[in-house]
Design a protein around this ligand. Structure first.
Ligand SMILES: Cc1cc2nc3c(=O)[nH]c(=O)nc-3n(C[C@H](O)[C@H](O)[C@H](O)COP(=O)(O)O)c2cc1C
Length: 221
């Protein structure tokens, strides 16, 4: 009986720990490869699934994406394309989410510009975001560099390329992400001159003491 009670208590604690975090799985997917992983992450987390939809759909980019006349190419290389192509801003109550899994294909080694448009639209200051991508072959390193550098007031967890990842591996990774999003094991003490932001997204004044986000990482001042 005592063992049963303990098991029940342990199960309750696990559920309530994860229930504290409200998860959003937001994705842009042109040919549905990334969408498949977004759906799996949603099933694992029990979060809300949200598709980022450009106001103007992309065209024949997939047939030859190194064609310099395509819209995607011009956006990505800033050769006359929109740097923040308009999206349908239909996400309601973005502020309710603690953790965002943010999915996209890799376009020209980076995130499609609609991902940046999404981040500009909703801000997510002080929230935790973890990117995930699919690609033909390119790794995720430039995504992991560009997004934290462009949005330093978000707490970024290193993202992952998911092509070929098994369901079991995906589950382990997602659970690890959720644990590190709540845990304090990645909180560091540091000295740096980079701008720091409080958990409410305001720039921390000089001499501020407490938890801040600096260089895309949660730290204690
Ligand atoms: C415009 C465009 C640019 C792309 N650039 C790259 C690239 O730089 N490296 C790569 O490995 N794959 C590249 N791809 C391939 C996609 O990343 C890959 O097919 C991805 O899985 C598509 O995901 P989706 O179906 O969710 O759109 C590109 C595809 C398109 C349409």
């Amino acid at each position: 009986m005592r063992k049963v009670l303990f098991t029940l208590l342990a199960a309750t604690m696990m559920v309530s720990a994860s229930a504290q975090q409200k998860v959003l799985v937001a994705y842009f997917s042109f040919t549905n490869n990334t969408k498949a992983y977004a759906e799996k992450i949603t099933a694992i987390t029990g979060g809300d699934l949200y598709e980022i939809v450009p106001q103007t759909a992309y065209g024949g980019e997939n047939s030859n994406y190194y064609d310099e006349t395509t819209r995607a190419y011009k956006e990505q290389y800033n050769t006359g394309g929109e740097q923040r192509p308009a999206i349908h801003a239909t996400l309601t109550n973005a502020a309710q989410y603690d953790v965002v899994f943010l999915g996209s294909p890799i376009w020209y080694s980076k995130s499609p510009r609609v991902i940046l448009a999404f981040l500009d639209t909703y801000g997510f200051a002080g929230k935790t975001i973890v990117p995930f991508v699919t690609s033909a072959s390119t790794g995720i390193s430039k995504v992991n560099e560009e997004l934290p550098a462009t949005y330093p007031n978000i707490y970024w967890i290193e993202g992952r390329r998911l092509n070929g990842v098994s369901d079991a591996d995906l589950q382990t990774w997602v659970q690890g992400v959720l644990e590190s999003a709540t845990g304090i094991e990645d909180v560091q003490t540091t000295q740096s001159d980079a701008p720091a932001y409080t958990m409410s997204g305001q720039q921390a004044p000089e001499g501020y003491k407490g938890v801040v986000i600096q260089n895309g990482k949660k730290q204690i001042k």
